[in-house]
Design a binder for this molecule. Structure first.
Ligand SMILES: [Zn+2]
Length: 646
């Protein structure tokens, strides 16, 4: 088993024409905006109460807890995003605000280490009694992740000490020892957080506890089942058997699971933790389970945009090939979770399939979750929208046709913020003698490889242009391997080393071109990944996409919008031989590559009857596609990814 590590955010600086917009959005718009939301300073925006809940818990304010049972996690995710932002750019004012929030959190912690603002006062005796629903361990996980990130960013350990005390408390409550509860969370998250806590503290108990939580899940007798059976007041609980143990991936021990089931965000966080543990402990069986699940998700249950979750009920997976475009759930958080998992799979097995999916989800399923100005968000990311239908159909009630300012269940916006603020850590990995470049994102990185400090500088116009310039500067000349991902979408990649063409065939392994040589200051690698416009066909088992194509160029998936193509987008059909052209429009949607061509649509109708024996006339109509992530930034309207081909 391979064991690579991601080059940490502290050693990566993103400086990229496409991504700079997003990193500054997170810093200048999203983080300040979310702080105001969490502090209820914005009129007309969904009440949060998240900071106030901590004040109440600390005894510094009157009133009752308000919000979802997992409201605390919004604060933690915000702090984590702040930490990543501070890692890449110092901001004393923001750091002071964050320090104050951290002090407040510390004051809300119980003497025994417990910390959750819902379970105070009258609800104190309900702690750890409803693991299926209550999200205590989920919130703890987010708190731990924030603490690790803040410590790494600032060297300050107040939040880390809070997180450790809570983790120690949890360790005293849960485990396989007879005196402990044999439970595990309904919503995974703490598992991957504990691995991070182990990483920064070196405390083996945290790794052991993560492994316990992962391995206990789904074992018989089933804890979540028993919890329901034994509870006194069943009205407060959902019967897990009725809802399905699959919902929490608790239907089987994780090592026996072969298909992705249940709530898709939960599944992603679990699988990410499984991959972490497999790498940390060299657990081949767990690594195999991860690969099996990866194949099922990406080959049977994933949308072309990197979205996952096919139905609103249970917010989750359904069956193989069931990928309806207009009723999908495709939660932004689920695509983010897919990226977390992909990053960990890459470090377990450096195979480009993981980086390809990471890139796919990043540029499509994830970015679509946010408006271009960073102020509005999608929770659900459909691939086909007819607004009137969404407004009137019960089975599409979850599909919002415009992004929202905030949600009562506000998991996605802060999740987006923390992902985008930490983008740098997804770009590179390193091993003993090798450095991997997974994502082509402009900027700089420093890798410690083969006892050498190696500077990497990337320049590129991804995702619009496939040329990449990479300068490699080791501190002292030395031998190591530079591994460069050849994207799966590229048919004719080429590579030049210090101006000389290098044949890729003999040096490419698992989708990475591997250059082993004596590197010295200023060595220059030029990559070219021509971005051709591609028509993508779905497997025939995907009933919804029969006779349809999706348009892709490089990592981007395209969609049609009503603004450019008129209404009833499903009426448009693209002839198989029709030429498509790409052109960059600097004035559209912040600057995007547009795809255009000639398609056909209905002209004059034989009658106004609902049904007729004669077909309508076909007329030529221009077709204009924009990148999927940029849709719904020009008002409400129809949108379509899968287009009929004729
Ligand atoms: Zn979410």
């Amino acid at each position: 088993m391979q064991s690579l590590k991601s080059i940490p955010l502290q050693q990566v600086q993103v400086d990229d024409r496409f991504w700079n917009h997003y990193t500054s959005l997170v810093r200048d718009v999203i983080i300040p905006y979310q702080r105001q939301v969490l502090n209820d300073e914005l009129p007309g925006v969904e009440r949060s109460n998240a900071f106030e809940n901590f004040r109440i818990a600390a005894g510094e304010a009157e009133g009752d807890f308000y919000g979802e049972v997992f409201q605390d996690s919004d604060v933690a995710k915000w702090l984590e995003a702040v930490a990543y932002s501070l890692t890449t750019k110092s901001d004393p004012e923001l750091e002071t605000i964050a320090d104050e929030v951290i002090d407040l959190i510390a004051r809300a912690q119980e003497p025994d280490g417990y910390l959750n603002t819902f379970f105070i006062g009258d609800r104190k005796d309900q702690r750890w009694t409803n693991l299926t629903e209550d999200h205590e361990l989920y919130c703890a996980g987010h708190l731990i992740e924030a603490a690790v990130a803040y410590y790494q960013a600032t060297g300050k350990d107040t939040l880390l000490r809070v997180a450790r005390a809570f983790a120690d408390h949890i360790d005293s409550v849960f485990g396989s020892e007879p005196e402990k509860l044999k439970g595990y969370p309904g919503h995974e998250e703490i598992e991957l957080a504990l691995v991070k806590l182990y990483g920064v503290t070196g405390e083996n108990r945290y790794l052991k506890l993560a492994k316990y939580f992962v391995d206990e899940r789904g074992r018989e007798p089933n804890y979540l089942d028993a919890e329901y059976e034994n509870c006194a007041d069943k009205s407060k609980y959902r019967n897990p058997r009725e809802w399905g143990l699959k919902y929490s991936q608790a239907h089987l021990p994780v090592r026996e699971q072969a298909t992705a089931e249940g709530h898709s965000v939960r599944a992603m966080y679990l699988y990410a933790a499984m991959a972490d543990l497999a790498r940390e402990t060299g657990d081949e069986e767990l690594a195999e389970a991860c690969k099996r699940l990866w194949r099922n998700v990406t080959q049977r249950r994933m949308y072309i945009t990197g979205g996952i979750g096919s139905q609103a009920y249970g917010e989750g997976f359904t069956i193989d090939y069931d990928l309806p475009n207009d009723r999908s759930y495709t939660e932004t958080c689920a695509s983010i979770g897919l990226i977390f998992w992909a990053q960990r799979m890459l470090n377990l097995e450096a195979d480009r399939q993981y980086a390809d999916i990471c890139e796919r989800a990043l540029y499509n399923g994830v970015l679509a979750g946010m408006s271009l100005d960073g102020k509005k968000f999608f929770y659900v990311n459909p691939l086909e929208v007819w607004p009137e239908s969404c407004a009137n159909r019960h089975d599409q009630r979850h599909v919002k046709t415009t992004r929202q300012a905030w949600f009562s269940c506000a998991c996605c916006p802060p999740n987006l913020a923390r992902l985008l603020a930490s983008l740098g850590q997804y770009c590179y990995s390193y091993g003993e003698n090798e450095v991997y470049v997974h994502l082509y994102v402009g900027g700089r990185a420093v890798a410690n490889v083969a006892g050498n400090k190696v500077q990497l500088a990337q320049r590129t116009d991804f995702p619009w242009d496939g040329r990449v310039e990479l300068t490699v500067s080791p501190e002292t000349a030395g031998e190591f391997t530079l591994c460069l991902r050849i994207p799966g979408w590229c048919d004719k990649p080429s590579l030049r080393l210090n101006g000389v063409n290098v044949e890729l065939g003999p040096i490419t392994e698992n989708g990475y071109a591997k250059l082993t040589r004596l590197w010295s200051e200023g060595d220059r690698v030029e990559l070219d990944f021509p971005m051709e416009i591609k028509r993508i066909y779905a497997h025939p088992n995907v009933r919804m996409n029969a006779g349809k194509i999706a348009i892709a160029r490089g990592p981007m998936i395209y969609c049609l919008e009503e603004n450019d193509n008129g209404s009833v987008l499903t009426d448009i059909a693209l002839p198989r031989e029709a030429a498509l052209e790409a052109s960059y429009d600097p004035d559209l949607l912040g600057g995007v590559m547009v795809i255009s061509g000639e398609a056909l649509r209905s002209g004059e109708l034989p009658s106004d009857d609902l049904y007729d024996t004669k077909p309508s006339e076909k007329v030529v109509a221009s077709l204009k596609g924009i990148p999927y992530y940029a849709w719904n930034n020009r008002g409400e309207g129809e949108m379509l990814v899968w287009i009929r081909e004729c």
